[in-house]
Design a protein around this ligand. Structure first.
Ligand code: ADP
Ligand code: MG
Length: 475
């Protein structure tokens, strides 16, 4: 088996099955601004710091000062590495055609002297432009490939710039000789920026065509498909404090994404893609419910079919809430319930019409409010209501809930599965906060329509001893 070199990029090594084949030539292609330089710098920096592999950057694009300064904003201190003799920056901008062989000799001697194991050439495109005679460029390329990459076992990134307006990289020399090709792309979801990494080819890799989202937030990080995590130790959820005029969502990350949390008295519409699982959206919705209950506040969920009841209960329990607390503070209103002896938090609504259901819920709310003397969180499953009562009546019901929430300074979360565009449009205009949860390349995404936010990747974090949402903006 070939020796594998970890890339040092968060997430990428798992995607690659460990890393790059040692001594391989990897083409990194993309349009300007897609993150090629940041990816390459991180590969070199972590190679040095984490794997003790010396690195070199051959630059036809930016000069040393600019590069060092830009990379310091990610915490990559290349100046220090250079002083310690672990890194070398070759500025090829000023050299150009004059004395190619001299500069190549000095590069090769430097490589032998330092024992360079990682090399980045930024970029093949700029290099091709720098040499007017294609013959000279071929000499450079062959020297680099033959002497440096192959015989010195140096893992090399060859950056290829894709000009604006061009969609594909043309099939050039560099792609035929490459052991791997990675393309960095920009994309959009509802006009919000996304970044996508595509592995087109990778020698020795079982899954050649892979796509994944990535971000440049605090460095280059590749997102793997959403994974469930189980909690080893079980701790009690620590309530997140509210701020003036707002309820905390229960998640510091979500509060930060929204700027503050959910306004008091507001209705929050959460549109959920069909491919999102119950646990995935519970990470957002139930975290708020747990935050309410752990502060002695009431939570009412309308309206459920029997099986979902256990999922809610489970999520609350993993946050350390006891069954007694649930029976005290939570009311799950169901239409039908098959279990013979439900816990007291399960309430079967006997009313036939939605008007009766509304009155019923109001009574339950009154009871919780006089007991807790605190605001209440209402969570409404719109799909279930539409299924039983139809769109028109459901919208009437929701308008009543929105008005009551405003008057009582409660919080009203309205969950809507994809598939009811008209209802979504109306609720979108009525709601004070409008969030969407969807999926792309296996990762779960959340973003705000109201307030407008960047796309954030949702992951599950159990480091506190209970499930919490972890949100990372895509920038
Ligand atoms: N400190 C930073 N944090 C996050 N993103 C940054 C930072 N500095 C630059 N960027 C973003 O990185 C992108 C440029 O990355 P770069 O690797 O230079 O692209 P390329 O080499 O493909 O042209 C730009 O979109 C810019 O917005
Ligand atoms: Mg660049």
């Amino acid at each position: 088996m070939h020796h594998i070199v970890p890339s040092g990029i968060d997430g990428l090594d798992r995607l690659l099955g460990g890393g790059f084949p040692k001594g391989s030539l990897i083409v990194i292609a993309g349009k300007p601004g897609t993150g090629k330089t940041i990816l390459s710098a991180q590969f070199l920096y972590h190679g040095c710091i984490d794997y003790n592999e010396c690195g070199a950057y051959v630059s036809f694009a930016e000069d040393k000062e600019q590069f060092y300064k830009n990379m310091m904003s990610f915490g990559f201190d290349f100046e220090r590495l250079e002083k310690e003799g672990k890194f070398f920056f070759f500025d090829m901008i000023t050299v150009k055609e004059t004395g190619i062989s001299t500069i190549l000799e000095s590069i090769i001697s430097k490589f032998t002297e330092l024992g360079v194991k990682r090399l980045v050439i930024d970029s093949f495109s700029a290099m091709a432009q720098a040499y007017k005679k294609p013959h000279d460029m071929r000499i450079v390329l062959h020297t680099i490939l033959g002497k440096i990459v192959r015989s010195m076992g140096c893992t090399t990134f060859l950056i290829v710039e894709i000009p604006h307006g061009k969609s594909e990289i043309g099939l050039n020399v560099e792609e035929f000789v490459a052991d791997g090709i990675i393309i960095l792309k920009r994309s959009k979801i509802e006009n919000k920026p996304l970044r996508i990494l595509e592995i087109l080819k990778m020698r020795g890799s079982p899954t050649p065509e892979t796509r994944a989202l990535f971000t440049l937030k605090d460095g280059f990080k590749v997102f793997l498909p959403f994974t469930y995590k189980t909690t080893e130790r079980k701790n009690r959820f620590k309530p997140q404090p509210d701020t003036e005029g707002y309820f905390s969502t229960g998640s510091p990350d979500l509060d930060k994404m929204l700027g503050n949390g959910y306004p008091r008295g507001s209705t929050v519409l959460i549109e959920i893609d069909k491919r999102i699982s119950v646990l995935q959206h519970h990470l957002i919705c139930m975290t708020t419910a747990r935050n309410f209950m752990s502060q002695g506040r009431g939570v009412i969920k309308i309206l459920l079919i029997g099986t979902d009841v256990d999922a809610m209960n489970k999520y609350a329990i993993t946050g350390g809430l006891t069954i007694d607390e649930l029976n005290d503070l939570m009311r799950i209103c169901v239409k039908y319930y098959s279990e013979p002896n439900p816990e007291p938090y399960v309430v079967t609504l006997s009313g036939k019409s939605l008007m009766e259901v509304y009155r019923n819920c109001n009574d339950i709310g009154q009871e919780l409010r006089s007991k807790t003397k605190q605001p209440i969180l209402w969570v409404t499953d719109v799909d279930a209501l539409i299924n039983i009562y139809g769109e028109r009546k459901t919208l009437w019901f929701l308008r009543m809930c929105i008005a009551r929430t405003k008057n009582m300074k409660d919080l009203n979360m309205v969950l809507l599965r994809q598939g009811y565009p008209k209802v979504a449009e109306i609720l979108g205009s009525l709601a004070h906060v409008h969030l969407k949860i969807t999926r792309k390349h296996g990762t779960v995404l959340i973003y705000g329509i109201k307030p407008r936010t960047n796309v954030h990747v949702l992951e599950m974090d159990v480091s506190e001893g209970y499930p919490m949402p972890k949100l990372t903006p895509v920038i």
